[in-house]
Ligand binder design. Structure first.
Ligand SMILES: [Zn+2]
Length: 223
């Protein structure tokens, strides 16, 4: 593997953990970011149980797609098996994020998908944010649930029932963005539900919003 590529990815993934803290998506050490090493059957991920303030690029560990430690001095995140399963099953995925962010996890606790009632949701998620099955940590059950739910779905985020959020992206930064946006819309739709019945957006309008945001919006430079 290329040492320079891995070093840069470790720096990127280390820094992206600061975004989880900045946006209030994590308590204590309960959240993690990983990124696939381009062109290799490897990914880098947070070490287990290390506080976000103590994370350094050197402490980020390298694992193979079976979730086995390849390089690094610390044990990988306890969620590594789930990340590894997603990378094995979804070759287009370059980044995975897991959080227990409050509002999204509250929807997950009820096993309820977040309905697409905001244009920002149509933009980013292309519809509802779906619920994945209840699954216990350890083994491939969480990974299987994530993949089974997100395959064939536009949403890059899944609410794993009674657990929390997993997001995917073309790279680690895109997966972090999806985690931030997931919590943001989970909170807004939660507030809306307290006040009454949110109005649905017609499917053709969801399709148009999604298409425009994914293909036209922004500066046309690499995101
Ligand atoms: Zn978790």
């Amino acid at each position: 593997m290329s040492g320079a590529t891995v070093r840069k990815l470790r720096e990127t993934v280390c820094r992206l953990h600061e975004e989880l803290v900045r946006y209030g998506l994590v308590a204590w050490t309960a959240g993690n970011v990983s990124g696939r090493v381009p062109g290799e059957d490897l990914f880098v991920i947070k070490p287990s149980g290390v506080s976000y303030d103590d994370l350094t690029p050197e402490s980020i560990v390298v694992c193979d797609l079976d979730g086995e430690l390849v390089e690094g001095e610390l044990a990988p995140s306890s969620d590594t098996a789930a990340h590894a399963y997603v990378y094995r099953a979804m070759p287009q995925v370059g980044g995975v994020v897991h959080t227990h962010s409050t509002y999204a996890s509250a929807w997950a606790a009820r096993g309820e998908a977040i309905p697409c009632v905001l244009t920002a949701m149509a933009d980013e998620f292309g519809g509802e944010i779906p619920v994945g099955p209840f699954a216990l940590i350890g083994g491939d059950d969480i990974g299987k649930g994530i993949v089974a739910t997100l395959e064939g779905h536009r949403s890059p985020a899944v609410l794993m029932q009674n657990h929390g959020v997993f997001t995917i992206g073309a790279d680690a930064r895109a997966a972090v963005k999806a985690a931030v946006m997931c919590e943001d819309v989970a909170r807004t739709v939660h507030v809306a539900v307290q006040l009454g019945e949110p109005l649905p957006i017609a499917q053709p309008d969801i399709d148009r919003l999604y298409d425009r945001y994914q293909n036209v919006y922004g500066q046309r430079s690499p995101r």
